[in-house]
Design a protein around this ligand. Structure first.
Ligand code: GAR
Length: 195
């Protein structure tokens, strides 16, 4: 059974989509840990509803980033995590975590990178008047939404689209494709079995 962790900071709709697909398709894998840097985040309730253990922490209560990343690593080892899936984790991964899990951390970003990195990517794309928006799944390095691209999906923006409808399209793309990319990276076949 492959074990992976999801990192999230807020709502957690991607977390929910990943766990739902995994269960529906009976993957030979499990989310063995949710890591969350916001004690108030809705994603913590979602994890509890699925009985998935979570490590929720307040970055401010640690001396610095290496200190809280060491605490995260301890939890990742305890839960035998092989892959880290960032899903709305709004914090740069530091050296400590990168050294321990280099090449095993992926992120989803709501734009066609390298366009519109950072926060409010959908708003930036909308205000730029782009005719095609999209999502990117990529490996994580020390940069902000940089790192080798694994997959991208695009959606056309129509005349009648508003920021809200674009956000909705983007979330639909994320919920559909992120679980598929994770499944492939875990080496599972279309039936969710180990190959
Ligand atoms: C998602 O749209 C994700 O792509 C984005 O945060 C949202 C989280 O939504 N991530 C980034 O912007 C990373 N730079 P969710 O909490 O409902 O899954």
């Amino acid at each position: 059974m492959k074990k992976f962790a999801v990192f999230a900071s807020g709502n957690g709709s991607n977390f929910e989509a990943i766990v739902t697909r995994l269960k529906e398709e009976n993957w030979d894998a499990e989310v063995s840990l949710l890591v969350c840097d916001n004690l108030e985040a809705k994603v913590l309730e979602r994890a509890e509803a699925f009985s998935i253990p979570s490590f929720a922490f307040q970055p401010k209560s640690y001396e610095n980033k290496p200190a809280f990343e060491r605490a995260i690593i301890e939890q990742l080892r305890l839960h035998e995590v092989e892959l880290i899936v960032l899903a709305g984790y709004m914090r740069l991964i530091g050296d400590t975590l990168l050294k321990a899990y280099g090449g095993k951390i992926i992120n989803i970003h709501p734009s066609l990178l390298p366009a519109f990195p950072g926060i409010d990517a959908v708003g930036k794309a909308y205000r730029a008047g782009v005719k095609v928006a999209g999502i990117t799944v990529h490996y994580v390095d020390e940069g902000m939404d940089t790192g080798p691209i694994i997959a991208q999906k695009a959606v056309e923006i129509g005349e009648g689209d508003t920021l809200e409808t674009i956000e909705q399209h983007i979330h639909e793309l994320e919920h559909k494709h992120y679980p598929s990319v994770i499944k492939e990276l875990l080496g599972l076949n279309s039936r969710g079995e180990k190959q």
